[in-house]
Design a protein around this ligand. Sequence first.
Ligand SMILES: Nc1nc2c(ncn2[C@@H]2O[C@H](COP(=O)(O)OP(=O)(O)OP(=O)(O)O)[C@@H](O)[C@H]2O)c(=O)[nH]1
Ligand SMILES: [Mg+2]
Length: 375
Amino acid sequence: MRMKSYFAPSVQDAMELARQEMGPEALLVNSRKAPPEAKGLGEYEVVFAVLPEEPAAPTAEAGPAAADPVMGELARLRNQVQDMVNALNAHASHWAVPAPEFAPIFARLVENDFTIDMTRKILMQAHARLNPNPGSRPGRKAAFDAESVENAVRAEIESLLEVDASLAELDEKKRVVALVGLAGCGKTTTLVKLAVRYGLACSRPVQLISADTKRISAVDQLRTYAAIIGAGFEAVETTRSLQQVIEANREKGLILIDTPGYAAADMEEASELARFLASQSSIEVHLVAPASMRAADLSRMVDRFGIFSPSRLIFTQMDEASAFGGVVSESVRSGKPVSFLTTGQQIPDDIEPATTGRLLEDLFRSSAEAALSAA
Ligand SMILES: Nc1nc2c(ncn2[C@@H]2O[C@H](COP(=O)(O)OP(=O)(O)OP(=O)(O)O)[C@@H](O)[C@H]2O)c(=O)[nH]1
Ligand SMILES: [Mg+2]
């Protein structure tokens, strides 16, 4: 900004002078009676200013240092501010909900262990269900009540969530089921529940096989259960003998294979059994996981157990879990149907076929409780 003082007998005269010299854009910034020592120059001092023209943005060749350093610094700051605005905009759209009424349910799902990306996708689709007319502008006044928002979100999750508890209707080819998973996740207990509920109770001869010969106690545990429920039992040490026992029992109505628990560090050790189970199209592999696992841990675990090619998920300890976002979001993410849910330690009672109704009910109940306790 360029400024200059003019002394003249009147303000009017000073303005004319300034406009002649500084041009028609000159702005009057201040005027006052001239101080005594300047009275000889004129009765009034009037200050005018002209704004500088927009400095050209420093070019790559010239660089800010080549221009006036203050202007260069200004240009650099302006670029920084623009970068911040861009980043904020990108962030805002990342968090954006399709309509303001979706904000509470967005928070509920994210607090319930849904990833932000998945929540956004679900809410966008739920919004499309409620508002099939895409012309309506965001930012208009609330049009959806909380109940219809929740119902649309439920319907959307229901459409993404798959369940398949068809073990009870085993066909000729799929009579062999193996359970795999982390140590202590409930494989053996669940296997025995399945043997009773979906084998013996349906008058099917059942063969239990323990491939968990690492621990004597594991073999004994399953042998004891087999004796109690009146099922056949065999323990195998190698994949070769596993194959032989399966072949020898082909006529059985249901063959259930128990496997050792594998932690992240044991996956190398698991690879031979994993390759075998994954390669047999007649074996249906179910991955067992505790319902209370956090979504991120669950995803990593499901990915790690990918070497077994599990086709379904079983969630155990539903009775112990207080949040079910991990269960639902991992089922959606992995695209694997949920087969069974176990709800306690009682054999054979505490197991049920998975239904989307039950999973959604648990999810929305737990997220409502979380929202209440946060309030
Ligand atoms: N509360 C509850 N406990 C369960 C459930 N399912 C299994 N358990 C308990 O979890 C513990 C471990 O169960 P197991 O069936 O031995 O687990 P596992 O995966 O075979 O364990 P490893 O063979 O050591 O890998 C036992 O005390 C079970 O009674 C369930 O649905 N709810
Ligand atoms: Mg076990």
